[in-house]
Design a protein around this ligand. Structure first.
Ligand SMILES: [Zn+2]
Length: 177
């Protein structure tokens, strides 16, 4: 069991101490309680359900107001590419295995190198306030079929432990305030 734990930990980028502590446990259960290949982008106990249905300020996306240093997890498996620019600050673009692209912005620290394969629930960094941001938060965005999608319905399903809609089936409007 100990060697299974340490190899699981190293595959998730966690300290390989062989102890199933809170981070390892959250990685095992996939944040949202759904083992079906999806994870919330932050630890489930960080924010209440209502935050996942909040509209975005200008285009389809989701802002989650979490303090600097909150672990950020890949929502879907894929290949992570580091982003570092004036708008996003430190973040990632993850080319999902489902053909969608998942964007994460305003990190305080990157957690994995560019080109790293990630699973749903892999910790990819820590939240922060870098780039064009007026306070610590995670900006999260899904592009599929050439259009920005509203992530809200998928996030709520994952939060509820249900299977989320496919990224390409998410709406392209209705989530802007
Ligand atoms: Zn935003």
């Amino acid at each position: 069991t100990a060697s299974a734990v340490t190899s699981f930990q190293s595959s998730k980028g966690l300290p390989s101490d062989g102890v199933v502590g809170p981070d390892t446990w959250q990685s095992l259960v996939g944040q949202g309680g759904n083992g079906g290949g999806h994870s919330l982008p932050i630890p489930r106990d960080t924010l209440g359900r209502g935050y996942y249905e909040a509209p975005h300020h200008d285009y389809p996306a989701l802002d989650l107001p979490v303090g600097t240093g909150t672990p950020i997890y890949a929502v879907h498996s894929g290949v992570a590419h580091q982003v570092n620019n004036d708008r996003c600050g430190l973040g990632y673009s993850v080319e999902g295995d489902d053909g969608a692209t998942y964007f994460y912005c305003h990190f305080s620290a990157h957690g994995v190198g560019s080109g790293t394969r990630v699973d749903a629930g892999t910790q990819i960094g820590l939240s922060g306030n870098t780039g064009n941001s007026t306070g610590p938060h995670l900006h999260f965005e899904i592009t599929a079929g050439g259009a920005q999608r509203c992530p809200q319905a998928a996030m709520l399903a994952i939060y509820d432990g249900a299977t989320p809609p496919a990224a390409g089936d998410l709406p392209t409007s209705g989530c802007i305030e």
